[in-house]
Design a protein around this ligand. Structure first.
Ligand SMILES: Nc1ncnc2c1ncn2[C@@H]1O[C@H](COP(=O)(O)OP(=O)(O)OP(=O)(O)O)[C@@H](O)[C@H]1O
Length: 587
């Protein structure tokens, strides 16, 4: 039932978006062509009856006439079938375009007026596995199977409506008996096998996606794994997952074998049914010989129609699993009312007012800090310091609006004026110029500006080896320090930026380059916030935000001028040195 509701929702999107009129036109075309196909088949059964009867009666003129009619029917039906297949193909393409566009756009871009990043939110909560597989593969499989199954449903319904009266007029028992036989078979197979086929299909799809993800991770982290010589460990993890997938596939084979046995016995039994039901009437001379052929055709078509679900149980299980996966993704991407959490306001620079922050996953929730208030006015720069794992990066995530669980208010300038620099910069798949202009890779900027920015961050040597239009895998071609300098060059190329949030973004640079980058930043921006452990960073910030482990859980957060922070740090260091000397003397 869930699958049916999901299918209706997914189909509704195709008819409601801008491609709706086209979808309606192709659907109507498919329906009309199917109608023509079934009507022709109905006419063909009558011609076949005359042909067989004429043959048995050795009536040459009727036989010849019937043969001409058969030829005419074949000439008429072939282009109808070709046209129907074309219309169905176009309907499928139209539907796939609508669904892929809808899911991919809502996955990659935030809803209007919201700062939520759906691709990030889904990764954080982990509620939807493998959204990429759902968008790229499940949509294609679902649309192809749904279009083909819907056509079969319409064709079989029309066939039953056409042939049931024919068969009923020949033998009411054959007609009603055939329908009862088919319905029983369908119920037994759906109840006995359908549920299990669906269950194992769902499990195997998830396991296949996880298996593929493991190999993608190896490709993405090839260098680190090679340094660790971690191939064996990766192989062992891969093998464990592959074994689980094989176990599921083995169970699927067992269920499919049982289902196939039932299906085949059912089909073999039908061969004897028509002669059994119509044969006695022919032997008594009540019906013509051709009636047996007509009754057999009508019976088989009705049976095929009524057992459609049974015949296509495996592909139906596949569709229903994919429908549930797509409907779940669609639901998860639905713009929701903003959950109560940290509220946000637009302001000139950055201000935290009574902010408490929690980690995002509800299964392992951790309160990082409580009731924190501080401000970074224009002209001020802040260095966030504290021991590893205390919550410095998380504070930046909250400031950027990525983490919202907690309470209080964060004020920050308009998002187009803020630049976020993570420790590992993101390298876009594109040319060197697009790399520097990211995330506005399509911006028109003179090459001279881009070259100047590269020169300013001491990356001019890149221009000796590459053109700005060269498209390469920059993430594997550039060192981490070079990538971090590219990130600074991006700021230099964006005049709209007024404020930067930086998370250990010079950690891979040598001290000279770090000094150069901060000097450039100070010339370009009046205010910024950095996270970092290196003492040299203190020279480039006016204030320090100090996160310290408290005895009762959440970190204690205090703000100081840089001079004050350095004095406090110095006295703590002196105190601990004296304590160590005192203790060593006592012992
Ligand atoms: N995606 C996440 N989901 C849940 N908890 C997380 C997540 N990311 C980090 N944490 C937890 O939040 C806490 C703070 O992490 P954070 O990255 O902010 O530390 P940090 O002070 O920046 O550390 P470091 O100096 O080592 O980079 C850690 O206990 C970490 O385990």
């Amino acid at each position: 039932m869930d699958a049916l509701r999901g299918a209706v929702i997914l189909a509704r999107h195709a008819f409601q978006d801008t491609r709706g009129p086209r979808a309606v036109a192709w659907s109507v075309a498919v329906f009309l062509l199917l109608l023509a196909e079934v009507a022709t088949a109905g006419h063909y059964s009558v011609v076949q009856k005359h042909l067989i009867t004429a043959l048995q009666a050795k009536n040459a003129p009727v036989f010849k006439k019937s043969l001409w009619q058969v030829g005419g029917i074949i000439l008429f039906i072939s282009p109808i079938i070709a046209l129907r297949e074309y219309a169905a193909g176009m309907l499928g393409m139209n539907w796939r375009t609508s669904l892929t566009t809808r899911l991919a756009r809502r996955y990659l871009t935030p809803p209007k007026g919201s700062e939520r990043h759906p691709y990030y939110a889904l990764t954080l909560t982990g509620e939807i596995d493998n959204p990429d597989q759902r968008i790229c593969q499940d949509v294609g499989h679902f649309v192809n199977s749904a279009v083909s199954f819907t056509q079969d449903m319409i064709r079989t319904t029309l066939s039953v409506l056409t042939f049931a009266p024919v068969l009923y007029s020949i033998s009411p028992t054959a007609c009603l008996g055939g329908i009862a036989y088919a319905v029983t078979g369908t119920l037994v197979s759906a109840r006995g096998f359908g549920i299990w086929l669906g269950f194992y299909k769902m499990q195997s799809l998830q396991q296949e996606a996880t298996l593929r993800y493991k190999l993608i991770r190896v490709r993405e982290n090839a260098e680190s794994i090679a340094f660790f010589d971690g191939g064996e460990a990766e192989w062992s993890k891969f093998k464990t997952s592959f074994d689980s997938l094989l176990q599921t596939l083995q169970k699927t084979v067992m269920v499919a074998v049982g289902y196939g046995m039932l299906n085949r016995s059912f089909q073999w039994a039908t061969f004897a049914v028509t002669p059994l039901l119509v044969g006695p009437a022919y032997l008594e001379g009540k019906v013509e010989y051709g009636v047996i052929a007509q009754a057999t055709m009508a019976f088989n078509i009705i049976l095929e129609a009524c057992t459609l679900v049974m015949q296509r149980l495996e592909s139906l299980s596949d569709i229903s699993v994919r429908i549930r996966r797509l409907a779940a993704l669609d639901q998860a991407l639905e713009p929701t009312q903003r959950e109560p959490g940290i509220s946000r306001r637009q302001a000139h620079m950055l201000r935290f007012q009574g902010v408490s922050l929690q980690t995002p996953r509800s299964d392992v929730c951790q309160v990082l800090f409580e009731n924190v208030s501080f401000e970074v006015p224009e002209g001020q720069s802040l260095l966030v310091v504290g021991e590893s794992g205390i919550g410095k990066s998380s504070l930046l995530r909250a400031a950027a609006g990525l983490w919202v669980k907690g309470c209080g208010t964060i004020e920050l300038c308009d998002r187009h004026s803020v630049f976020f620099m993570p420790q590992k910069p993101y390298m876009f798949l594109g040319s060197l110029k697009e790399q520097l202009l990211y995330p506005h890779a399509d911006d028109v900027r003179p090459d001279a500006d881009v070259e100047e920015a590269l020169r300013q961050v001491h990356l001019q040597d890149l221009l000796d080896r590459h053109n700005l239009s060269d498209t390469k895998d920059w993430a594997s071609l550039l060192s981490l320090g070079q990538q971090q300098r590219i990130n600074f060059a991006r700021v230099l190329l964006r005049p709209s930026i007024q404020f930067a949030l930086m998370d250990e973004c010079t950690s891979a640079c040598d001290p000279e380059n770090e000094m150069l980058l901060y000097q450039l930043l100070r010339q370009r921006l009046r205010s910024y916030v950095s996270v970092g452990h290196r003492p040299s960073l203190q020279n480039f910030h006016s204030h320090a935000l100090w996160l310290r482990r408290s005895a009762f859980g959440p970190a204690e957060v205090t703000m100081h001028s840089m001079v004050e922070y350095q004095m406090m740090k110095k006295s703590i260091q002196q105190l601990s040195a004296s304590l160590i000397i005192f203790l060593s003397k006592c012992l």
